[in-house]
Design a protein around this ligand. Sequence first.
Ligand code: NAD
Length: 256
Amino acid sequence: MLKGKTALVTGSTSGIGLGIAIELAKQGANIVMNGFGDHEGPKKEIEALGVKVEYHGADMSKPAEIEAMMKFAAEKFGGVDILVNNAGIQYVAPIQDFPPERWDAIIAINLSSAFHTSRLAIPHMKQKNWGRIINIASAHGLVASKEKSAYVAAKHGIVGLTKVAALELATSGVTANAICPGWVLTPLVQKQIDDRAAKEGITVDQATRELLGEKEPSLQFTTPEQLGGLAVFFCSPAADNVRGQAWAHDGGWTAQ
Ligand code: NAD
């Protein structure tokens, strides 16, 4: 379905981004990978699906590096048709103890980077009259939890940015939507489980059950593969007129 298209997925060396890149590659899309840590292993895994893969290590907190990455994607593949803004970080503390530099980093990586990639990707998409912007928000883009001020603010912000992009592009073949996952067992969440186990003196299994039980009625993690499937749906003709949605995939978290 996506043969001949190019998807750029920020933060695709791990977790949800990697899961989405794999599902888009299974549909034939060439992939521009980004993110920190080992990229050679994940790159080979995606290449094995028979598509072309390029990697750019831009730091999503740095607009100049984002511009270099978008230029790189245009040089390698002629432009980005599917933009998945996924890179993200977390920090947990009450507002009065929240380090200002952590606030700035979360807003830059989880929110502002999506503005920069979008502004640079939209001209090519409009010219082709086809494009998909898929922003990975969170259940925290729809509801709040304590001690996650920067994350919740950034995720609510990216839902707002998604709606504005959808409206500005509404008469074109370019759509913008957000995905709002509940808990997904990735390194980002494993750290929160491990911290909880250490703080409360309980096992990691108990901490996992508590974490799910507190928020997610299904008591199940959403998987990166499932989120990849939803991204593939957004890229399908069936979703041509799905615009500006914040689509929860959260085991009932935000239905409560
Ligand atoms: P993860 O830690 O497994 O992956 C994050 C990715 O972002 C990695 O590839 C990492 O290298 C990259 N990254 C981090 N900082 C970066 C930077 N400055 N520049 C470039 N890349 C950077 O986390 P994940 O759980 O897969 O999270 C992916 C996205 O999904 C995030 O936006 C997160 O907020 C969102 N999300 C996660 C969950 C969850 O339960 N895991 C739930 C809802 C939303």
